[in-house]
Design a protein around this ligand. Structure first.
Ligand SMILES: CCCCCCCCCCC/C=C/C(=O)SCCNC(=O)CCNC(=O)[C@H](O)C(C)(C)COP(=O)(O)OP(=O)(O)OC[C@H]1O[C@@H](n2cnc3c(N)ncnc32)[C@H](O)[C@@H]1OP(=O)(O)O
Ligand SMILES: NC(=O)C1=CN([C@@H]2O[C@H](COP(=O)(O)OP(=O)(O)OC[C@H]3O[C@@H](n4cnc5c(N)ncnc54)[C@H](OP(=O)(O)O)[C@@H]3O)[C@@H](O)[C@H]2O)C=CC1
Length: 261
């Protein structure tokens, strides 16, 4: 993004979960272009290695770890490895997420728990493993959580996702208060619907519904990964130095649709 100063994240390590696809991939490429050492982590090796190669081909620095954010022992092992390999983390983006569409009455308890575990428990485990080290070392840091607008007004057909994102918003504000004293900032970005490989496959399968929803957005289009990049980079940068516990909606006004008459 050329609105940001070249080399803005030179000397910084940015860890992005789910960095192999969609929004996470866009974030990884952007931080790479801004000079960061980019560390990406997710379950599948294939998408991760593609992103590392792209960053390196563009002259940046990146590395990857396979992990499932639900696996507490693996999260600890990976974060310990990052501290050993690249000297720690300056920015953590909790982006890994899961979702599928189902009426609440038809959703299995395991399906509900799965999404809560990936989105909310995963965000907690990653934040705790990184935050603990920041507090021990008296080191400043910034966490940006990728929440969603469905956290705020209920989430028909995505009860698990809405509940998990509401939990992420609350966790964001709790950690902002608990960790603010040592210069650790914790914020969240709440995108509206974004067309990505993961969401196209699982959520936006009804073309007529997608068109109707898009038409109702005051700014006339869905959120893009590029929109998310702009706000996350801002929050992680010096320009966001006095922001903590902020929940920033990024939806072109979509959540205000009901106000249209
Ligand atoms: C057009 C309307 C606009 C409304 C505006 C809303 C505002 C926008 C809000 C959007 C918010 C968030 C969006 C996103 O998060 S998009 C990201 C999508 N990407 C992903 O989901 C990628 C990762 N996903 C996955 O890995 C999987 O989908 C999953 C989350 C399911 C986890 O995979 P895992 O392998 O761990 O889990 P299992 O496959 O073993 O399944 C676990 C249980 O879940 C049940 N399940 C899975 N899929 C479905 C489905 N499609 N329908 C019903 N149930 C499902 C599965 O059966 C398992 O349960 P059981 O053991 O009981 O069978
Ligand atoms: N698309 C949308 O409409 C919106 C998305 N969001 C949020 O944005 C974030 C990114 O979503 P998006 O880019 O659309 O979707 P994608 O499916 O493209 O990305 C999700 C990423 O998370 C990783 N991931 C999923 N489960 C786990 C896990 N258990 N452990 C580690 N990594 C995991 C996946 O990699 P792998 O499978 O290799 O593990 C994948 O790279 C999510 O938090 C999502 O909820 C928010 C609002 C709207």
């Amino acid at each position: 993004m050329n609105v940001f100063q070249a080399g803005l994240f030179e000397g910084k390590v940015v860890l992005i979960t789910g960095g192999g696809t969609g929004i996470g991939r866009a974030l990884a490429l952007a931080f790479g272009e801004l000079g960061a050492m980019v560390v990406i982590a997710a379950r599948r090796e294939g998408p991760l290695s593609g992103v590392v190669k792209t960053i390196e081909d563009r002259g940046g620095r990146a590395c990857m770890y396979t992990l499932d954010v639900r696996d507490e022992a693996r999260v600890e092992e990976v974060v310990r490895g990052i501290w050993q390999d690249v000297g720690g983390v300056d920015v953590l983006v909790n982006n890994a997420g899961g979702n599928f569409m189902s009426p609440a009455v038809a959703m299995s308890a395991h399906g509900f728990r799965t999404v809560l575990d990936i989105n909310l428990v995963g965000t907690f485990l990653m934040s705790q493993a990184v935050g603990r080290r920041w507090l021990d070392e008296g080191r400043e840091g910034s966490i940006v959580n990728i929440s969603a607008t469905n956290a705020e007004y209920g989430s028909p057909l995505m009860a698990h996702s809405g509940a998990s994102k509401a939990g992420i918003n609350n966790l964001t504000q709790t950690l902002a208060v608990e960790w603010g004293g040592t210069g650790v900032r914790v914020n969240a970005v709440l995108p509206g619907p974004v067309r990505t490989e993961g969401s196209d496959e699982r959520l936006w399968t009804d073309a007529a519904l997608v068109e109707r929803v898009e038409e109702g957005i005051p700014l006339g289009r869905f959120t893009t990964p590029r929109d998310v990049v702009g706000v996350v980079v801002f929050l992680a940068s010096e320009a966001g130095a006095f922001l903590t516990g902020s929940l920033i909606a990024l939806d072109g006004g979509e959540r205000l649709r009901s106000l249209i008459f």
